[in-house]
Ligand binder design. Structure first.
Ligand code: C2O
Ligand code: CU
Ligand code: CU
Length: 506
C-alpha cells in the first residue's frame, strides 16, 4: 500500500506540472476515484522501500492516473448520427462509401477543433444493414496518414476485417465485400493501424453499425430511431487551452482519459424523451475509461442486449458496467418517473446525461422473450484449447508474455468449430489492472468467470470481456468465417503497445 501511495503522489505532482503548462485545469484522480493531489511530499517514506519496489513504482508512475470526468451541464441537446444512405441498393445487395477524413468541428462553443471523421468532420454515420444482405463498401483514406477500417463485432472474412495488416495509405482506396450473416446487433467501426489506433479514435474516427433482422423488426421493443431508440457513444477527451485535441500531449501509455465527456460528439449533452419506454444503445467508444452507469433516482432498467445482440430475456438492473468497446442496450421506462427530470450518472455520481421527459404518455411493453441462446453441455465440458494470459501495464503489456508481431500467428482454429478459450488477467506486484479483452471476427459466449456462471449481463453474445486482475474466464469461441483475426486488449494504448495477438482461422 505504501508504495502505491508514493506512486500516486509522484503522478499527481507530475500531472499538476503538466497541467499548469498547458493551462488546463483538470484535477486528476487515480482509478479508485480518490483524489491524492492534496497529499504532501512529507507523506512519502522512501526509507521503508526496497530498491526494486522503487524502480517498479517509478516505472509505472504515469499509469495510475485517470482524468476526473466533469459532469454534463446539460446545455446541448444530443445530436444523433445520420443513417448512411447507400450508394446503391436492391433487395439482396447494398453498397456504401466510407471516407476517413480530416475536418473541423465546433465541439466547444465558438471555436473549431481540428478533428477526424468518417464522411464528415467528427465521428461517423450509422451503417444500417439487414441480415442476409450482400454488402459492398468502398473505403477511402483521405487522411494524411495511414489508417485501416475495422468492423468491430462483425463476422467478416479476415481480408475485410480491417486489422493492422490492411493499411490504406493516404489517398488509397479499397472495396470490400461481405454478407451479413449474424443476428441483429449494435456493432461499430473504427481504425486499427499499428501504434495509431488510440490517436485516430481519439481524434474522432468511430461510427456505429446496426444489424437488423426479421426477428428484431417484429420484436415488441422500442425501435424507432431518434424517437424511442437512441445511440449514445460515450467518449472522454481532454481539450487543450485553445480547444484542440492534442493526443500526444494527453496520451497515457495505460489508457488515455479525458476530463470532458462527449456523447455522440456533443459536449454537455442532454436528451429529451417522451414519457414512455425508450431504448438506449450505449457504446463505450473511449480509449480506456470504464463506465458504471445508473440513474440518479436509483430506478431500474432492462438490459436487452450486449455486444453481439439480444439477451435471452430482459435483465432488470440498477447499474451496468460498460468497458471500452462494449455495447449495452437498455430499455428505460420513463413513464415511471415523477417529475420531468432524471439523469444517467456514473458510479461516482458524475452526470453523464441529464434527461428531460416531456408529457406525451405512451404505454409500451417490452417483449419478455428476446433470444434463445444456449451453450451445449458438450462445449461447457470441453477441454480448454487456448490459454491467454494478460499481463503488465504501460509499455510492458503482453499477451502470453509476447508483444504483437504481425509475422507471427499465435493460434489457429477451424472455421465453425467451437473451442474453449481461457482468458486470465494476471495480478502483478502492483496489483494489475482491468483489461477489456476483445476478439475480432466472432461473437463468443462466456461459459464461466472464476468457475461460476456469468452474471445475466454477460450471458449473451460478446466480443469483449473485461477481467479484473486475478480473474479468469472460459469462453466458447466460434469463427464463422476464414482469415486472420486479432485478439487484443481494447484499452487503445495497450493495443498500440502491442498487447495483441493473432489467430488464423481455416
Ligand atoms: Cu474494436 Cu481490434 O477492435
Ligand atoms: Cu474488433
Ligand atoms: Cu489492457
Amino acid at each position: 500500500m505504501k508504495k502505491l501511495k508514493i506512486s500516486y503522489v509522484i503522478v499527481s505532482l507530475g500531472l499538476l506540472t503538466a497541467c499548469s503548462q498547458d493551462g488546463s485545469n483538470s484535477s486528476k484522480k487515480n482509478m479508485n476515484g480518490m483524489d491524492h493531489s492534496s497529499m504532501k511530499m512529507g507523506e512519502m517514506d522512501h526509507s521503508t522501500m526496497k530498491n526494486e519496489e522503487m524502480d517498479h513504482s517509478t516505472m509505472n508512475m504515469s499509469h495510475e492516473s485517470t482524468a476526473e470526468l466533469q459532469s454534463s451541464l446539460g446545455k446541448n441537446e444530443l445530436t444523433l448520427p445520420k443513417v448512411l444512405k447507400p450508394d446503391q441498393e436492391d433487395t439482396n445487395n447494398v453498397s456504401y462509401t466510407i471516407r476517413a477524413q480530416q475536418g473541423k468541428a465546433e465541439i466547444l462553443d465558438g471555436t473549431k477543433t481540428a478533428t477526424y471523421g468518417y464522411n464528415g468532420n467528427f465521428l461517423g454515420p450509422i451503417i444500417r444493414v439487414k441480415k442476409g444482405i450482400n454488402v459492398k463498401i468502398h473505403l477511402i483514406n483521405d487522411l494524411n496518414e495511414e489508417t485501416t477500417f475495422h468492423w468491430h463485432g462483425l463476422e467478416v472474412p479476415g481480408y475485410a476485417d480491417g486489422g493492422p495488416h490492411k493499411v490504406l495509405k493516404p489517398g488509397e482506396t479499397e472495396t470490400i465485400h461481405f454478407t451479413v450473416q449474424q443476428n441483429a446487433a449494435t456493432l461499430w467501426f473504427h481504425p486499427h493501424p499499428m501504434h495509431k489506433t488510440g490517436k485516430q479514435v481519439f481524434m474522432g474516427l468511430a461510427g456505429l453499425l446496426y444489424i437488423d433482422d426479421s426477428h428484431s423488426e417484429q420484436l415488441n421493443i422500442p425501435k424507432t430511431y431518434g424517437e424511442n431508440d437512441f445511440p449514445l457513444i460515450l467518449q472522454d477527451k481532454t481539450f487543450t487551452a485553445d480547444k484542440q485535441l492534442d493526443y500526444e500531449k494527453v496520451m497515457n501509455e495505460d489508457g488515455t482519459t479525458g476530463d470532458t465527456l462527449l456523447i455522440n460528439g456533443v459536449v454537455n449533452p442532454k436528451l429529451t424523451v417522451n414519457r414512455t419506454s425508450v431504448r438506449l444503445r450505449i457504446l463505450n467508444g473511449s480509449n480506456m475509461r470504464n463506465y458504471k452507469l445508473r440513474f440518479d433516482n436509483g430506478m431500474d432498467f432492462q438490459q436487452i442486449a450486449s455486444d453481439g445482440g439480444f439477451l435471452n430475456k430482459p435483465n432488470a438492473s440498477k447499474e451496468i458496467e460498460v468497458a471500452p468497446s462494449e455495447r449495452v442496450e437498455l430499455i428505460v421506462d420513463f413513464s415511471k418517473i415523477k417529475g420531468d427530470k432524471v439523469a444517467l450518472v456514473n458510479e461516482d455520481g458524475t452526470t453523464i446525461l441529464p434527461i428531460h421527459i416531456i408529457e406525451k404518455k405512451k404505454i409500451s411493453n417490452t417483449a419478455d422473450v428476446l433470444n434463445n441462446l444456449s451453450i451445449s453441455d458438450k462445449v461447457k465440458n470441453a477441454k480448454i484449447s487456448k490459454k491467454i494470459k494478460l499481463t503488465g501495464m504501460g509499455k510492458d503489456v503482453t499477451i502470453n508474455g509476447k508483444k504483437f508481431d504481425p509475422n507471427r500467428i499465435d493460434f489457429t482454429q477451424k472455421q465453425n468449430e467451437t473451442e474453449v478459450w481461457e482468458i486470465e488477467n494476471l495480478k502483478d506486484s502492483m496489483g494489475g489492472m482491468k483489461h477489456p479483452f476483445h476478439i475480432h471476427g466472432t461473437q463468443f459466449q462466456v461459459i464461466s468467470i472464476d468457475g461460476k456462471e456469468p452474471p445475466a449481463n454477460l450471458s449473451g453474445l460478446k466480443d469483449t470481456i473485461t477481467l479484473e486482475p486475478g480473474q479468469k474466464a472460459k469462453l466458447a469461441v466460434t469463427f464463422t468465417q476464414k482469415g486472420t483475426y486479432m485478439f487484443h486488449c481494447h484499452i487503445l494504448e495497450h493495443e498500440d503497445n502491442g498487447m495483441m495477438g493473432q489467430i488464423k482461422v481455416n
